[in-house]
Design a protein around this ligand. Structure first.
Ligand code: ZN
Length: 897
C-alpha cells in the first residue's frame, strides 16, 4: 500500500479505510492557502495586530523543518558516524527552531483567537483548512501540527460563542484524525513487534517508507546539512591522496559516553525538561519499573537570575525539586539550550553557571553533571565545566524521540540500538507525549532481556576525544630555478593585413605569466607592434635569453601572436615563418623568421624546458620529427624539453574573434592556464595537458586545427606550469565573465574529458596524447583545487557546479575558511540569504580576522532582514578595514538599516 499526497478530505477516508477506524477531516477540498480568507466570505478587515499571512508562513516553515528532520534521519543508522552526528545535530537544531516557532505561534494564536478580534473565525478557518486539506500535504505531514491544534483547541475553549463552539468541535475532530494517522503508522510497527525475536531482520514500513520517499524528492540530506552550515568531511581521504598525520588525542578532555559501562547496563537520560506535564508522567513510569534515570534540565524552564545573579525560581523548579526528592539525578542542560560550541566567554559561562545556580537553589543535591545541548561543545566549554566541577555526559544511544513522530518507531529504534551496543547511555527527552508512550515498551523489553539500569553514583568511564588539526603538507614543486618568457604581439603590420587581437593576446599572456605563475616581470620580454621587428625578436632570443643569464634549471615560455606564412621549398616541403612587424610580403623568405630558425634557437637555449606557443597560421612548419612522448614526473626534471603548440589553420589570416578582444586560440589557452588545462587535477599543467585541452577545444569552435609536439633536440621533457592556489574570497567585487565569454567557454567545455585525445603533430600527422596520471596529493591540496574549480565555475555563473566544488573542498578540509566564504557567496548570489549567512558565520569562526567575510555576512543578514546582525557584521568589517575602498558604502548601508 502506498500513500499519496492527500488532496481532498474524501481521499483521506479512502486512504485510511483499510485501517481500523474511519476518520475524516471536517472540511471539503479546497486549494487552501493558510490564512487566506475563505472563498465567498467578505474580506472583513481584521482588528487584530496579528499578521495572519505571517502566521501562515510560520505554519509552512514548521512543516518544512518537520520534513527536513525526517529526511535527515531517514536510514540514519546506515550513515557513517560523522555524517550521522551532523545529521542529528542539525536535526535537533531544526527541532528546537520549531519548538521556538511553536511557542511564538502559541502566543500569536492566543491573540488571534481573542474574542475582541472579529476576524478570528475567518483567520482560524484559513489555518485549519491548510492543515486539513492543503493539496501539498501528506497525511504524516499533519502530525507536525498536533501541538498547534492542541493550543488552538485550548484557545477557542475560552470563547463561548456559537461559532467558537463549532470551531472547537472541528479542531477536536482534526486531533482525532491525527490520532488515526499516528495509529496507522503504529500498526506497521506493531507488526514488527510481533516478530521481536527476529529483530535483526530488516522490516518494511511501507506507508512510512513511502512518505519518506516522497519527502526525499523534495529535500536531500546533504542539501539540508549544507544549508545549515554543515558539510560532512570525508571519513577516509579519497583514493590517491596522501594520508594526513593522525591527530594527537587530548588526554585531559574526559567525558562519559556510556561505552565503558559494564555489559548489559543502561543509563536512561531525559533532556530539555522539566515539562509541566510529561516530566511527571515519565517519572511515574520509571517509578513503576523501579528504574533510575538522569534528567538534564534547561535553566530557563526553572526560572531566571536577577541582576545580582540570584535565582528566581518558577513552577518548573517545583517539578525538578520533586524529581530530586524521588532520587533521580538532575543535571544541567544549559540555560537557553544554545549551541554552546558556538559560544565563548561570559555568554558561554553564563549558560553553564546560570543553570547551576538555579539547580543549587532548588537543592544542593543537584547532580554535578552537564549535558551540552545537541552534544555540541568546544574546548572552552569543557574548560568551563572543569572550573565549575561539572562532568560532561554524552550518550551512545539516541532515541531520536524529538525527530520521530511515531512512538512505536521510537521504541523499536532504542531496542535495536541497545541490542547493537550492548550497553550505554540512552538519550530521551521528557517534553514529548510520544516519549511517554514509547517508554513502557522499552522498559518491558529491556528488563525481559536482563538489562540493568544504572543511576548516577559518581562512577564514569573516560573517553579520549581528539581534534588536533593535521599539519600542512609540503607542496609539490616543479623544480625550476627561474622562469623566462618572450611575448610578442603584432596588430599594426605596415605591409601585411592588420590584425585585431594579437597585442591584446600578448598582453593577456604576459599578465597571466606574471600574476598567476609568478614570472618576474623583468624576465618577461614583451614586444608589441612596432617593437616586434625581425632584429628585436632575434635579439630577444639571442641576447636577452641565451646571453642574459638563462640557466640549465630554468624554463622559457615563448608566445607569438601575429601573422604566420608558409612557403613551399624546392624540396616540396612546406616551411613556416613567423612574420615580424617590418616584413614585406613580397620578400618574406628573407625578412620573416623561418620556423627552422626558431628550432635552432630552441636547441641553443640552455634552459631545461622551453615551450613555444604560436598563435599564427601555417600549413606546415618544415620541422624534423622530434623525440618521442613524455613520461612523468620524476624523470621530467632531468629531461630537456622543447615543445611547440601552434594555432594551425594554414589558410586563414584571421581566426574568429574570442571574448575580451582575444583570438579564440589565445582565449582558450588562457582558460587552460586559468586551471582548465589541469586535466588530471594534480595542480600542474604540463604543455602536453595544455595541448590536450586547447587543441580539441579550439577545433570544435573554429576552423583551426592546432598542432602540438616536441621540437627536434627534445628529450621528451614536458614544460610545467604549477597552478597556484586561488586566494580570492568571493564578494560583490568579484568580477564574473561576460555573457560572450561564458557562452564560448560552455562550447569549449562541451566535450567530456577523455583519458586520451587525438591532436595534430608538428609534422602534419596525427598523434594520440595520453594525459599523465595524478601524482599523490594531500587532502589540503585537493581541497584547494576544488575551491579553485569552484571559483572558475562561479565566474562562469555555473552556481550549482560551483556549490558542489566548494562543498567538496570543505569535505576535504572542514576548516577551509576560503571555501566556506565562497560557498556562502554562491548561496548569496542565489538569494539564499539565511544559508549564506550561516556559511559566512562559519567563515569568520574559522578565520575571525577576515574582513571581507564580515562584509559578506552583513550583506547576507541585511538581505535576510536581520538588521541588528547586519549592523554588527558591518561594524566588525569597518573595524577591520576602516580605510577599505568599500568602507564609505558600508557606512551608508548601515545608516539605511
Ligand atoms: Zn537538549
Amino acid at each position: 500500500m502506498t500513500s499519496k499526497p492527500i488532496k481532498i478530505a474524501a481521499t483521506v477516508v479512502v486512504a485510511l479505510a483499510a485501517g481500523a477506524g474511519i476518520y475524516t477531516f471536517t472540511r471539503p477540498a479546497a486549494t487552501a492557502t493558510p490564512g487566506a480568507p475563505a472563498s465567498g466570505s467578505p474580506a472583513a478587515a481584521p482588528q487584530s495586530t496579528v499578521d495572519t499571512a505571517a502566521v501562515a508562513a510560520q505554519f509552512r516553515d514548521l512543516l518544512g523543518n518537520f520534513r527536513k528532520i525526517i529526511v535527515l534521519l531517514a536510514d540514519e543508522q546506515s550513515l557513517p558516524e560523522g555524517a550521522r552526528d551532523e545529521a542529528r545535530k542539525v536535526g535537533q537544531a531544526l527541532f528546537h527552531e520549531n519548538q521556538e516557532r511553536i511557542a511564538k505561534l502559541d502566543a500569536a494564536l492566543d491573540q488571534l483567537t481573542a474574542p475582541t478580534n472579529p476576524g478570528r473565525f475567518e483567520a482560524l478557518d484559513g489555518l485549519l483548512r491548510y492543515i486539513e486539506s492543503d493539496p501539498g500535504l501528506y497525511d504524516a505531514d499533519r502530525l507536525a501540527f498536533r501541538e498547534l491544534l492542541q493550543s488552538m483547541l485550548a484557545d477557542v475553549a475560552k470563547d463561548s460563542s456559537l461559532p467558537a463552539i463549532k470551531l472547537h468541535k472541528r479542531i477536536s475532530e482534526d486531533l482525532d484524525a491525527l490520532g488515526e494517522i499516528e495509529r496507522n503508522y503504529e500498526k506497521e510497527i506493531r507488526q514488527i513487534f510481533g516478530n521481536l525475536g527476529q529483530r535483526a531482520i530488516e522490516l518494511k514500513r511501507e506507508r512510512w517508507d513511502d512518505y519518506v520517499a516522497q519527502l526525499k524528492k523534495l529535500y536531500s540530506r546533504e542539501q539540508i546539512l549544507k544549508e545549515n552550515g554543515i558539510v560532512v568531511p570525508y571519513a577516509v581521504p579519497p583514493a590517491g591522496s596522501v594520508p594526513e598525520a593522525k591527530p594527537v588525542p587530548k588526554k585531559d578532555e574526559a567525558e562519559i559516553f556510556g561505552l565503558g559501562l559494564p555489559k548489559k547496563t543502561i543509563v536512561l537520560t531525559f533532556d530539555d525538561g522539566p515539562h509541566r506535564r510529561y516530566t511527571e508522567e515519565i517519572s511515574a513510569i520509571l517509578k513503576q519499573y523501579g528504574v533510575p534515570a538522569v534528567f538534564f534540565n534547561v535553566g530557563r524552564n526553572l526560572g531566571s537570575l536577577d541582576a545580582e545573579g540570584h535565582a528566581k525560581l518558577n513552577a518548573g523548579a517545583e517539578v525538578s525539586r520533586k524529581l530530586m526528592k524521588e532520587g533521580y539525578a538532575v543535571g544541567n542542560h544549559s540555560f537557553s539550550h544554545a549551541q554552546l560550541s558556538k559560544q565563548t566567554g561570559d555568554k558561554l559561562k553564563g549558560e553553564i553557571l546560570g543553570t547551576d545556580t538555579l539547580l543549587k537553589a532548588i537543592s544542593p543535591e543537584r547532580a554535578a553533571l552537564f549535558r551540552f545541548p545537541y552534544g555540541a561543545r568546544n574546548s572552552e566549554g569543557m574548560a568551563a565545566l572543569a572550573d565549575a566541577h561539572l562532568k560532561s555526559v554524552m550518550w551512545n544511544i539516541d532515541s531520536l524521540d524529538w525527530a520521530d513522530p511515531v512512538p512505536s518507531s521510537i521504541t523499536n529504534r532504542v531496542l535495536a540500538s541497545v541490542d547493537k551496543a550492548g550497553r550505554g547511555i540512552v538519550l530521551f527527552h521528557d517534553i514529548h507525549e510520544r516519549t511517554v508512550k514509547a517508554l513502557p515498551a522499552v522498559l518491558d523489553k529491556l528488563i525481559a532481556e536482563g538489562y540493568q539500569f544504572a543511576g548516577w553514583d559518581g562512577t564514569s568511564f573516560q573517553v579520549a576525544k581528539s581534534s588536533a588539526p593535521a599539519p600542512e603538507k609540503v607542496p609539490v614543486t616543479t623544480g625550476y630555478a627561474n622562469s623566462w618568457a618572450v611575448v610578442i604581439g603584432i596588430d599594426d603590420y605596415a605591409k601585411w593585413p592588420k590584425l585585431q587581437y594579437a597585442v591584446r593576446d600578448a598582453q593577456g599572456i604576459r599578465e597571466t605569466l606574471i600574476e598567476k605563475f609568478a614570472f618576474a616581470p623583468e624576465r618577461v620580454v614583451t614586444l608589441k607592434n612596432g617593437e616586434a621587428t625581425r632584429n628585436n625578436i632575434l635579439a630577444a632570443f639571442h641576447d636577452k635569453l641565451a646571453h642574459g643569464g638563462v640557466q640549465k634549471n630554468d624554463r622559457i615560455f615563448v608566445f607569438f601572436a601575429g601573422h604566420g606564412a608558409t612557403r613551399k621549398l624546392s624540396s616540396g616541403r612546406d616551411l613556416g615563418y613567423i612574420v615580424p612587424v617590418d616584413s614585406d610580403p613580397a620578400q618574406f623568405a628573407t625578412d620573416a623568421i623561418p620556423m627552422t630558425e626558431i628550432q635552432n634557437i630552441a636547441e641553443s637555449l640552455t634552459a631545461k624546458h622551453a615551450f613555444f606557443v604560436m598563435d599564427a597560421c601555417y600549413s606546415g612548419l618544415g620541422l624534423t620529427r622530434g623525440a618521442g612522448s613524455s613520461s612523468f614526473l620524476r624523470d621530467n626534471a632531468k629531461r630537456i624539453g622543447r615543445q611547440m603548440l601552434t594555432a594551425g589553420g594554414g589558410d586563414q589570416l584571421v581566426a574568429d574573434g574570442g571574448p575580451n578582444g582575444h583570438s579564440v586560440f589565445t582565449w582558450t589557452l588562457l582558460q587552460g592556464l586559468a586551471g582548465k588545462g589541469d586535466l588530471n587535477g594534480d595542480g600542474l599543467i604540463t604543455a602536453t595537458e595544455l595541448a590536450a585541452y586547447v587543441a580539441p577545444a579550439v577545433s570544435s569552435v573554429s576552423n583551426q586545427t592546432p598542432a602540438f609536439g616536441s621540437l627536434p633536440g627534445s628529450e621528451g621533457g614536458d614544460f610545467v606550469f604549477e597552478l597556484p592556489g586561488e586566494t580570492e574570497f568571493l564578494s560583490p567585487n568579484t568580477t564574473q565573465l561576460s555573457t560572450e565569454a561564458i557562452a564560448l567557454n560552455s562550447k569549449l567545455d562541451a566535450k567530456p574529458a577523455a583519458a586520451s585525445v587525438t591532436v595534430k603533430d608538428l609534422q602534419g600527422g596525427e598523434q594520440k596524447i595520453v594525459t599523465p596520471g595524478a601524482v599523490p596529493s594531500s587532502t589540503r591540496q585537493l581541497a584547494q583545487r576544488a575551491n579553485d574549480r569552484g571559483l572558475q565555475l562561479y565566474k562562469e555563473k555555473q552556481y550549482a557546479a560551483a556549490e558542489a566544488q566548494f562543498t567538496e573542498a570543505l569535505k576535504l578540509r572542514p576548516d577551509f575558511a576560503l571555501a566556506a566564504n565562497n560557498l556562502g557567496f554562491v548561496f548569496y548570489k542565489q538569494e539564499k540569504y539565511r544559508e549564506a549567512a550561516r556559511w559566512f558565520e562559519n567563515t569568520v569562526k574559522m578565520d575571525p580576522s577576515r574582513a571581507i567575510a564580515y562584509l559578506n555576512l552583513g550583506d547576507a543578514y541585511a538581505k535576510a532582514g536581520d538588521a541588528a546582525k547586519a549592523k554588527a557584521a558591518y561594524k566588525t568589517y569597518l573595524e577591520l578595514a576602516p580605510t577599505a575602498a568599500t568602507a564609505p558604502a558600508v557606512r551608508q548601508k548601515m545608516e539605511k538599516l
